[in-house]
Ligand binder design. Structure first.
Ligand code: MG
Length: 158
């Protein structure tokens, strides 16, 4: 069996006013992520990990932030479109492992629903999606609640 590993990373700034959109799930919170699209930091990192593993470029190439059509765009739709290209190249997902770096909100109460939503977008099982939350220990821009980051590794097989 041929396998490929992919790494994705993304950063978005937090701005006052909820709800927070993370992993395709709306979470009650007093800040939201700011960006050209809907700024879903986790779905962006997943998209880049899949594209990276398949060597099909990156999210910025597929969906440039200079394009009007990508303004406020649904990241779940972008992930679906990117994953179509990955599947067309003959790949399927073995698993994803995700880390969200955020001082707040606590991720654990939302973990199951986020994993289920990611699995739904990709048409895989929830158990193929790992998700962990890490704080910045009050240091740096993550720890001060100014930004949120996501890191994702994926394994593709065919
Ligand atoms: Mg992004």
């Amino acid at each position: 069996m041929v396998m490929r590993i992919g790494l994705g990373h993304d950063t978005h700034r937090l701005t006052a006013g909820g709800p927070l959109l993370l992993g395709g799930v709306k979470i009650e919170f007093d800040f939201h992520l700011d960006g050209h699209s809907d700024a879903d930091v986790l779905l962006h990192a997943i998209t880049d990990s899949l594209l990276g593993a398949a060597n099909l470029g990156d999210i910025g190439q597929l969906f440039p932030d200079t394009a009007e059509e990508n303004k406020g765009r649904d990241s779940a739709e972008m992930l679906s479109l990117a994953f179509e290209k990955v599947k067309q190249a003959g790949w399927s997902v073995a698993n994803l492992d995700c880390v969200v770096l955020a001082e707040r909100p606590k991720l654990s109460p939302h973990r199951e629903v986020i994993c289920a939503r990611i699995a739904e977008i990709l048409g895989i099982a929830s158990e193929q999606v790992g998700l962990k939350g890490k704080t910045g220990e009050k240091s740096g821009e993550i720890g001060q609640g100014k930004i949120m980051q996501a890191m994702v590794v994926c394994l593709l097989e065919r």
